[in-house]
Design a protein around this ligand. Structure first.
Ligand code: ZN
Length: 225
């Protein structure tokens, strides 16, 4: 059984401002990403837990089963897109996962004095987790994906929110990208070259995530921003 300590809740930046004074042109939209308080949240391998379909009893209406199946297919397709670029391992035990995908409409959120609804949300915690007897720094991301959309829209939402989960904490200014701040009219269900370039840039950054921590396991220290 894994244990976790040193919780720190972090919200993704809703609309990060671009700021790059470097003479080098930015890779993709990497200049629009924000690292977590503990640095760039990248891992060599991601364990992902997806909420399973509810046990189908005799009284479960066919319509509900069909809704669940549509959600599962959409999330699976989005995960398959990211698996073209990342090592993703599906796990059945949520405690083993760094990314947890739940079939749930995100609660309303106040933004600019107004309550705002959304179909997806990703929220990050930075944890110290004990795995195989060693304490390691890990991201843990809860991804809420509403089932109340057309299948392609669910897939686009899942592709976008999973991008945040896999460390892309920021948005692209191009509506064609999976991580677009403002999506275009057509659901984006495939990664663009800019999405891939930005993710590869992220994966090449130095990171403390996934590394064994020097502190003794008996006294985990909360992560400082
Ligand atoms: Zn987003």
């Amino acid at each position: 059984m894994d244990t976790a300590a040193g919780l720190q809740a972090v919200q993704p930046p809703p609309d990060p401002a671009a700021s790059s004074l470097s003479a080098q042109p930015p890779v993709g939209y990497s200049h629009r990403l924000t690292p977590t308080p503990a640095g760039w949240a990248r891992l060599a391998r991601w364990c992902v837990w997806v909420e399973p379909a509810a046990a189908s009893g005799a009284i479960a209406p066919a319509a509900a089963a069909s809704l669940e199946s549509r959600w599962q297919q959409a999330v699976n397709a989005a995960l398959a897109s990211w698996a073209e670029e990342l090592v993703i391992v599906r796990v059945t035990d949520p405690a083993q996962a760094q990314v947890l995908v739940r079939r749930q409409r995100p609660p309303l959120r106040e933004l600019g004095g107004r309550l705002r609804a959304s179909h997806g949300r990703a929220s990050l915690q930075v944890l110290e987790v004990q795995r195989a007897g060693r304490w390691r720094l890990e991201p843990r991301v809860e991804v809420l994906i509403s089932p109340g959309q057309r299948q392609l829209a669910i897939q686009a939402t899942a592709l976008h929110e999973l991008g945040h989960a896999f460390g892309l904490w920021g948005h692209s200014d191009d509506p064609a990208d999976a991580l677009a701040a403002v999506p275009g009219r057509q659901p984006v269900v495939a990664l663009t070259a800019r999405d891939r370039d930005t993710l590869r840039w992220l994966q090449a950054q130095p990171s403390r995530f996934g590394q064994p921590l020097p502190a003794p396991a008996a006294a985990p220290v909360p992560v400082q921003p």
